[in-house]
Design a binder for this molecule. Structure first.
Ligand code: PLP
Length: 379
């Protein structure tokens, strides 16, 4: 199988990720932070190690502000629902995934208002439009870092500056970029950043992270056992326990730590250049095939390696099915959980076929994809 679906989840993982998950389950399978014995302490060290890896990768200095969740969706729900109250207003964009749109639609039922700033047909957002959408009661700005439909990069530094000028919290959905594009939290005006552990960070499914800046205090979404202050009936206030009730996915987090360590060891820019090489090849080759429409920005600087296309007027899920069954190529067809983005680029009916190469794909595999698409245009 040629796996071109890394925007959904990365596969395969680097070998040390599999080893770390297994070792954690076999050797340190205790519950971290709960008991005082050695195995529990070792399990606790695994959590700390992964938080430290996250700090290294994103230039953050407090590992306890890296909160573990089960996916980017949970991170986004915590950041949004933990910071918003009835009467508040939120500014976001028309390129957001349903993991932003759906929590907002729920909040809109409870006296919260949201403005969805419209992107252009390439998925690009003008920061000035964000500024114009701000109201007196705006409490939160949310943007994706890169669209999972068009690959368009959103100018988060400029938007963050606007948020700071207006003393509004800024939440970045880095599900598509964390681990792939270098992100320096020490210099970015970002207050919260939601990440999937299982995409660019190369960890297993069931892992996610929310970075919370020092000046931000959220309402927790759940209360329960934390292994700390166990004599109290009230949930602890301190991080990370405030946001991490119940037993964590320690084996998954062990794998996530190994994934980030792999990125740091190999060098993030080197890994990124593997993806951009394939992305460039794809974009150049696709433009030469009559009958293929490519979405998103043409300029490489404005996009990541998420390449959405259509073959003539064919339904995108039909084409993705043929790629799978006839050509052994794994892509994703249809709407990618982002109907607002499809409405923006005009593909709500047809959807798109999304190729998302990862660090282990080869140029030869990309060539096979292009050959398959050439044949499909002759249908
Ligand atoms: C832009 C974006 N945000 C959020 C998510 C949700 O991520 P997760 O599946 O880790 O909850 C995705 C998943 O594809 C995404 O692409």
């Amino acid at each position: 199988m040629i796996y071109m679906d890394n925007a959904a989840t990365s596969w395969p993982k680097p070998e040390p990720v599999y080893t770390a998950v297994l070792n954690c389950m076999r050797k340190h399978g205790a519950n971290p932070g709960r008991s005082g014995h050695r195995m529990a302490i070792e399990a606790g060290n695994i959590l700390l190690y992964t938080r430290e890896m996250l700090c290294q990768l994103f230039s953050a200095d407090n590992p306890f502000r890296m909160v573990f969740t089960i996916n980017a969706t949970e991170s986004l729900n915590l950041a949004i629902k933990g910071s918003i109250q009835p009467g508040d207003h939120i500014v976001t964009t028309s390129m957001e995934h349903n993991s932003v749109a759906r929590p907002l639609k729920e909040l809109e039922k409870r006296d919260v208002a949201a403005t969805y700033v419209r992107a252009n047909s390439q998925g690009e957002i003008d920061p000035d439009d964000i500024r114009k959408a701000i109201r007196i009661n705006t409490k939160l700005i949310i943007t994706t870092h890169a669209s999972n439909v068009t690959g368009t990069l959103i100018p988060i530094r400029e938007i963050g500056r606007i948020a700071r000028e207006h003393e509004i919290l800024y939440l970045v959905d880095a599900a598509q970029t964390a681990g792939i594009i270098p992100i320096d939290l020490s210099s970015l005006p970002v207050d919260m950043m939601a990440m999937s552990g299982h995409k660019g960070l190369l960890g297993p499914q069931g892992t996610g992270v929310l970075y919370i800046a020092p000046h931000v205090k959220l309402k927790q979404l759940k209360e329960g056992g934390t292994g700390s202050q166990s004599e109290s009936l009230f949930h602890p206030e301190f991080l990370p326990d405030r946001y991490e009730a119940g037993t964590l996915n320690t084996p998954g987090i062990a794998g996530l730590g190994a994934g980030i360590n792999y990125i740091l060891r190999e060098g993030q820019n080197k890994l990124l250049s593997r993806i951009t090489r394939i992305e460039k090849f794809f974009l150049d080759a696709l433009l030469q095939i009559p009958g293929i429409k490519v979405y998103g920005p043409a300029r490489m600087e404005n996009r990541i390696g998420v390449i959405s296309i259509n073959v003539k007027d064919f339904d995108s899920a039909y084409i993705a099915g043929l790629l799978d069954q006839k050509y052994n190529i794994a892509t994703r067809g249809a709407i990618h959980c982002s109907p607002m983005a499809h409405k923006t680029i005009g593909t709500l009916e047809q959807g798109t076929v999304r190729f998302s190469p990862g660090i282990f794909n080869t140029l030869d595999e990309a060539k096979q994809c292009i050959r398959a698409l050439e044949q499909l245009t002759r249908l």
